[in-house]
Design a protein around this ligand. Structure first.
Ligand code: GDP
Ligand code: CO
Length: 398
């Protein structure tokens, strides 16, 4: 791959947030061009061996809930062979067992492609048992099963990725129409992570565009309503502490992101659709230097967050409705609002925003999404005992 060097960055305590990196060539060529090593070059070429090296150590978690089977298949098709896909499904099992259909399709697909994989239902007792054994009860509901929700599915995916022994974990939604886009996300993950000098790294994808039909023609929208608002307030939080206005953070709602396992296990998480915005909040709270950090080793090594602009348009199952969008805005701003490092002035602005767009009432406060403490609290030794990894790489019998 040939892409911009991560040149400029905002520093916040031990966190480095790099500006958006532009991609020049998705495939950088067989030979390494030594000219790119020159300190005056602003473009870099990442050796293909390096990309494969990371992909062999990377899990791609695919959260699914009642998506069309063909969409899920198209996501699978775009995952580079060496990555291990972990599909966490919360699809209905009743009156039609959609999970069973997914499982049949995925198993057959991976048998033909000779691809290792894991597929699990979010509400399977066997999955809950992993967390019970590991002594991490936060993720379980009154029935003793893993809570519903996208974030909760992602957390289950991280835990399984850790148990599979991989060093990196990425996330790609299952409602993507283009395998080429999925492939690009996975490649950007490996390219992004390969740049890090710290063991605590993250890559977040900014979509190049999201095509829509407007007046019977295609329109390539750059910013969704939700990202525009989330990024605005995230940057304000950053500016408040640095004293300099900034627009660096562009990926406050990046569903497509990847992390080193070392970082993934240390962050706290927030429920539902607030999970992506909360990554930033957790980074700022834990390693921002405003509050005492529970991890001095991270304060020393620093964290690195790369933001990369994909070239493929993002074409996903749209029209999940205005209610979905309003909910996403509320969740994203709620985690900023409720953070102990959110200054009063910003809280006021967030309230004004949410009230103006009538997402909350005049005297209401934004809801407080459920929080999950760092997954490093899991005893992975104990958590793994109930799992049978051998069964064609697919350990939940259903
Ligand atoms: P948007 O693209 O951000 O508007 O959100 P989507 O509704 O497309 O959801 C993102 C991804 O999460 C999709 O692949 C969904 O199928 C999946 N998803 C949504 N809810 C859940 C859930 O409760 N559990 C799991 N495992 N996946 C979910
Ligand atoms: Co979607």
């Amino acid at each position: 791959m040939r892409l911009e060097l991560p040149a400029r960055a905002e520093r916040f305590g031990a966190n480095l947030f790099y500006n958006i990196q532009k991609i020049y060539e998705l495939d950088g060529g067989f030979e390494l061009d030594s000219e790119f090593a020159s300190p005056f070059h602003v473009i870099q070429q990442i050796p293909r061996e390096r990309l494969y090296e990371i992909e062999r150590d990377m899990v791609i978690v695919i959260p699914v809930k009642n998506e069309r089977l063909r969409l899920l298949e198209s996501a699978l098709c775009g995952i580079p062979h060496d990555c291990l896909p972990i599909i966490v499904s919360n699809s209905h099992r009743d009156p039609v067992d959609r999970f069973r259909m997914e499982q049949n399709m995925v198993d057959a697909f991976c048998r033909y492609a000779k691809k290792r994989h894991i597929i699990v239902h979010q509400r399977a007792p066997e999955l809950a048992q992993v967390f019970k054994n590991g002594g991490y009860h936060h993720l379980l509901d009154e029935e003793g099963l893993v809570h519903s929700g996208k974030a909760e599915g992602m957390l289950a995916g991280i835990a399984l990725a850790r148990l599979s022994g991989k060093k990196y974990v990425g996330f790609i939604d299952s409602d993507n129409y283009f395998p080429g886009a999925v492939f690009e996300y996975a490649r950007l993950f490996s390219a992004g992570l390969s740049q890090s000098k710290s063991p605590y790294s993250m890559v977040r994808i900014q979509w190049h565009s999201k095509p829509k039909i407007v007046d019977s023609g295609l329109f390539f929208a750059k910013w969704g309503r939700v990202s525009r608002i989330t990024n605005l307030y995230l940057n304000q939080l950053l500016s408040h502490y640095t004293g300099y206005e900034t627009e660096s953070l562009r990926t406050g709602n990046a569903g497509e992101h990847a992390m080193s396992m070392d970082l993934a296990l240390l962050l706290d998480y927030s429920a539902g659709f607030s999970v992506e915005t909360y990554h930033f909040v957790s980074l700022l709270e834990k390693f921002g230097g405003v509050l005492p950090s529970p991890y001095p080793e991270v304060m020393k090594a620093g964290t690195e967050v790369f933001q990369m602009e994909s070239r493929n348009p993002h074409f996903h199952e749209a029209a999940k409705g205005d209610k979905h969008i309003r909910e996403m805005i509320e969740y994203s701003l709620a985690v900023l609002y409720h953070s102990p490092i959110c200054p009063e002035s910003l809280k006021k602005e967030i309230l004004r925003e949410l009230r103006r767009s009538r997402i909350i009432g005049k005297d209401e406060e934004p809801l407080q999404p459920r929080r999950y403490p760092a997954l490093s609290g899991i005893d992975f030794e104990a958590a793994g005992v109930s799992m049978d990894w051998q069964q064609h790489g697919n350990f939940i019998p259903a």
